[in-house]
Design a protein around this ligand. Structure first.
Ligand SMILES: [Zn+2]
Length: 110
């Protein structure tokens, strides 16, 4: 089992799931134990690809079934935020588990 995606390269402790979720991007992490600036090696494009593959089928199903033009602006805004939350949440969790399992944490160098 790969432990390099879970343990801080500086202090060796598990950075946890929440640290990755609350970071804006997997290259902008900091260890909750020793506060070291860390990032996932090599994650940017892989994640974008995963995101697009994950989102496309959902978006096309939605686009085919919802008549966006028939909705009021508030209803449209409400629907859009619910949909993005529904898409974002499983994707974020999927990304977190993917990163922890397959990627390697490294210390950020300036
Ligand atoms: Zn640490």
């Amino acid at each position: 089992m790969n432990e390099q995606g879970k343990l801080c390269p500086k202090c060796g402790q598990d950075i946890g799931i929440w640290t990755i979720i609350k970071a804006l991007w997997p290259t902008m992490l900091s260890c909750p134990h020793c506060k070291a600036a860390i990032r996932y090696d090599n994650s940017g494009w892989g994640l974008i690809t995963v995101g697009i593959i994950f989102c496309l089928p959902i978006l096309s199903i939605l686009a085919a079934n919802i008549d966006f033009f028939a909705m009021s602006f508030v209803a449209l805004l409400f629907t859009a935020s619910i949909i993005s939350l529904l898409i974002w949440l499983p994707m974020e969790l999927f990304m977190v588990f993917y990163l922890r399992r397959n990627q390697k944490l490294i210390l950020k160098t300036k």
